[in-house]
Design a protein around this ligand. Sequence first.
Ligand code: GRG
Length: 295
Amino acid sequence: MEFTTKYDGLVARVEHGIDRELPPADAAPGRLHQAMRYSLQAGGKRLRPILVLGAAELLDPGEQIDPVPAAVAVECIHTYSLIHDDLPCMDNDDLRRGRPTCHRAFDEPTALLAGDALFAHAFLLLNEAYASRPSLAVGLCRELAIAAGSRQLVGGQMLDLLAEKSTGVTDEMLHQIHDGKTAAMIRASLVFGGLIGGAEPEVIATLRAGGTNLGMAFQILDDILDTTSDAATLGKTPGKDAKAGKATFVTLHGLEASRRTAEAQSAAAMRAFRSLPGDTTFLLELVHRLTTRTH
Ligand code: GRG
């Protein structure tokens, strides 16, 4: 099947899953549920949920286990992190996924609470959707709690805030920040697919390693696009990091070296994914497109 047809089909499954798995907009408190839906249903690439579905498909878990709730759970965490990152106390951004940010469309307290509620909802979803397979539910909750927690996603954000105030950000510090902020959720999404597909530990390890490489390549490209693209193309405010004096791959190493590192990380991700069982064509093409994207 052609790549875009397959990708669009997976996006449709994710969008349908989001609509089905989120509390209805008119459930009390309506304003909170509307804000959660506003941000989660604003589009976006749906990269992380697609990685869950793509990796699960490789391992062919059969009809009995539906990977969609797990895919929605990772998107809940990702979207919560974007809502909180956009708040005035963090990045103070007005535009996200081509629309006003959650606190602009609603207000700051509502956006804060919508993020909190999405965080909790992710774990409820995993708990309920995989209740008939307790060890899978526990494994998914553990994987997500680690990826979203103080040593990875939230930890990466903390290090990023601390780095803003520091003048001597090193390459190692930058790697740690991006491993937490970006690679953690990409890695967890691939591992989710592996766990759902009942993969052997060495396959999970390959998904984890390839996910780390893909996460790094994705972030370096994000830094590159932040300096070379515009708001209409990106759907968010470009150039903010450089303006805020933040260290990025580009400010630390320059455009050319950043491009080379992104290519090396992307090649490493492809090497890892090529060794996986099943038909890896879609996953490899996804890596290629993500790491050569222009927006
Ligand atoms: C507030 C705990 C907390 C964490 C915030 C997500 C984040 C961490 C910060 C946003 C800024 C940033 C550069 C994050 C790195 C991850 C990243 C590139 C997010 C954007 O992901 P995309 O491009 O977004 O997949 P869409 O909208 O397509 O889902």
